[in-house]
Design a binder for this molecule. Structure first.
Ligand code: SF4
Ligand code: SF4
Length: 91
């Protein structure tokens, strides 16, 4: 079983409100765009029209990598509220 197959077995109970907030002003001045490359679930995207960075928080693995990798402190990140978030099957 490869990593993708293992990840597909995880369960996520989605909160209505995102646990990740992005400061678009800081992103506009960012040339690194690390969030687009480091997320193991590839949840970050750059909107082709507006240039804004978006995150599909419902698939978050709660690893915290994006928070550490962002060089401009543009992310506000917290764990999803009680009963919500990812449930791992393979650690
Ligand atoms: S790395 Fe941080 S500042 Fe740069 S685009 Fe991503 S979230 Fe914005
Ligand atoms: S915490 Fe991990 S899985 Fe969630 S958005 Fe950040 S890098 Fe992606």
């Amino acid at each position: 079983m490869d990593v993708k197959e293992k990840l597909a077995l995880n369960r996520v109970r989605n909160d209505e409100e995102s646990h990740i907030n992005i400061d678009q002003e800081k992103c506009r001045e960012c040339s690194l765009r690390a969030c687009l490359f480091v997320c193991p679930a590839a949840l970050y995207e750059k909107n082709a029209e507006t240039g804004e960075i978006t995150v599909e928080f419902s698939g978050c693995l709660e690893c915290g990598t994006c928070l550490i990798a962002c060089p401009r402190g543009a992310l506000k990140w917290r764990y999803p509220g009680g009963r919500f978030g990812v449930q791992y099957r393979y650690g």
